[in-house]
Design a protein. Structure first.
Lengths: 463, 86
């Protein structure tokens, strides 16, 4: 049997591509190496509690009944309803730098007034920046990759404001060190500040459950614990895959969410080295369960993006395992859940910081365990400079590291947002092998889903 | 199918693609684009739905005929007039 399309990876992009193709009656199979779906955005249960990996908040938020925007277009394409994601809006988030704070929520006017109050001279410049961002509509690779820092410096005068605006945007979707692609910046700025953030009461579980239910109801096939060890190629075409267990599957088209470098390696001869560079940026995240609601301790913001100096450093830690000068403090409790849902069962604070994959991977089992404890403390100590100290209310903890991310995503270096160079057209050196997901370029939950849909539409439909 | 039935079928496809849109006031001679929030991905879906439901193949060069309800119906009439409405 020959599949119409084989999809590598059951993350959000792979699931979305699968739904599109199965809906239009293709024989489609999603192959996932892990024992569960979701990729970076997954979940687990530990000591009786539910945890999410990946998802802090879904950006590109849209209220029910909205007719425009990426999330609405995506739901249409997947024939899903707004209720399938049921996003509750954020309470409100903060960018916290020394002595300056900017609050924002899902109405851009709040950020505009916060900027005007903290940086009075920048009020009109910020308006100009907003219209530049709203007008950006160019997926031409050359324009996409111009320096966001340069464009920002041409529009805004205060370097501190530039650093503050970049901080959340880079945290939620920049695979490049130091600077960011202008195109990626505009997409993430709109997703984060203009459309805003929300979260389903049940977390990523709800979204994944509804995606997989849809995919299966359309006749799609999913194989778990089915890692692809090799993509078989003949001349300039991919003809199928070989699984870790030796089984061979044939397909007319292959969509790979494995990443650009990873896909090149899967499809190249053994002595060839892929030319693209893998990403370098990886994260640690600490999860703290509290015995009280975070807001009752004064930690009522949805997300606090902090940075402890006027300059925002976005790069792999130089020598240490982690860099805690900047981080993200997120509480899944601080969303406006409906009265029917009420409060979440657990009170949680999550803190994310930059981390060095190679250093973490080099640790033996015992030091890995100890370093997790040590850096849990460092992350918390850094965070409580920006939110009230909650540490004596902690009743349970967990921590994930770059090696965890590697295990869930399969990305080299546990690179959370993949490779720094994004292949917007999804093309590879083989005619019928295409990238989707992180390295095609759309990031975030909705972005990843849009990536799967658009690559499926462009290359696999109509057949 | 009669002209009216083909038109009904297109409206049914549109309501499937864009369930949030109110199609009751749709003007047949005005382009969809001016009345509905449809993008290129949604137009692809009109083509794909016709194929899925009626096994009609529309070559890419003919996509421009799908601009408005009346132009779509006119384009499809020769193909669909011998089909039976389900």
């Amino acid at each position: 049997m020959i599949y119409d399309t084989i999809i590598i990876g059951a993350g959000l992009s792979g699931l979305a591509a699968g739904i599109r193709l199965a809906y239009y009656e293709q024989r489609v199979c999603i192959l996932e190496r892990h024992y569960t779906i979701g990729g970076l955005n997954s979940f687990y249960r530990l000591r009786g509690r539910d945890y999410d990996v990946g998802l802090h908040a879904v950006t590109n938020y849209a209220t029910k009944g909205t007719k425009k925007g990426p999330m609405v277009r995506l739901l249409r394409q997947l024939r899903l309803s707004w209720e399938d994601f049921s996003l509750a809006p954020q309470v409100g988030s903060t960018i916290a730098f020394p002595n300056v704070r900017l609050n924002f929520n899902n109405d851009i006017r709040l950020l505009e007034s916060e900027v005007a109050a903290a940086f009075p001279g920048e009020r009109d410049n910020f308006k100009r920046l907003l219209s530049q961002i709203l007008d950006y509509d160019d997926l031409n690779q050359d324009v996409f990759e111009i320096s966001a820092r340069q464009v920002l410096a041409n529009t805004l005068h205060d370097p501190l404001l530039i650093e503050m605006l970049l901080c959340p945007v880079m945290w939620y979707g920049n695979a490049r060190e130091d600077d960011m692609d202008w195109g990626q910046f505009c997409i993430m700025f709109r997703a984060l500040y203009i459309e805003g953030m929300g979260r389903p009461y049940a977390g990523i579980r709800l979204i994944l459950k509804n995606l997989i239910r849809k995919f299966r109801s359309l006749g799609g096939e999913l194989k778990l614990r089915a890692g692809v060890s090799r993509i078989r190629v003949e001349d300039d075409r991919a003809v199928g895959v070989v699984l870790d267990n030796g089984q061979e599957l044939a397909a007319k088209n292959i969509l790979s969410s494995a990443g650009a470098v990873e896909t090149a390696r899967l499809s190249s001869a053994e002595n060839e080295t892929p030319s693209q560079a893998a990403g370098q940026l990886s994260f640690v995240e600490s999860l703290s369960v509290l015995d009280k609601q975070p807001k009752s301790l004064g930690c009522g913001r949805t997300i606090v993006f902090f940075n402890d100096s006027e300059k925002f450093h976005w790069r792999k830690p130089a020598s240490e395992l982690c860099d805690v000068r900047t981080g993200v403090i997120c509480s899944p409790n601080n969303f406006e859940y409906s009265a029917d849902d009420g409060e979440l069962a657990d009170n949680m604070i999550r803190i994310t910081a930059l981390a060095h994959f190679d250093h973490w991977r080099a640790l033996n089992e015992e030091s890995y365990r100890l370093e997790k404890l040590r850096w849990y403390d460092q992350l918390s100590a850094s965070a409580v400079r920006f939110v009230p100290d909650y540490r004596n209310r902690v009743i349970d903890t967990d921590m994930f590291t770059p090696t965890t991310i590697r295990r869930f995503t399969g990305h080299d270096n546990g690179a959370i947002y993949g490779a720094p160079h994004k292949q917007l057209d999804g093309a590879t050196r083989f005619k019928n092998l295409y990238l989707c997901g992180t390295d095609q370029g759309y990031l975030g939950i909705i972005g990843a889903l849009v990536s799967g849909v658009s690559m499926a539409n462009r290359y696999c439909l109509p057949v | 199918m009669t002209t009216a039935e083909i038109s009904e079928e297109i409206l049914d496809i549109l309501s499937d693609i864009a369930p949030d849109e109110d199609l009751s006031g749709l003007v047949a001679d005005k382009p969809f684009r001016e009345q509905l929030e449809l993008d290129s991905m949604d137009f692809l879906d009109i083509v794909m739905e016709l194929r899925k439901r009626h096994r009609i193949q529309i070559p890419e060069a003919d996509y421009t005929h799908l601009a408005s309800l009346s132009s779509t119906v006119a384009y499809l009439e020769p193909t669909m007039k011998d089909m039976v409405k389900k």
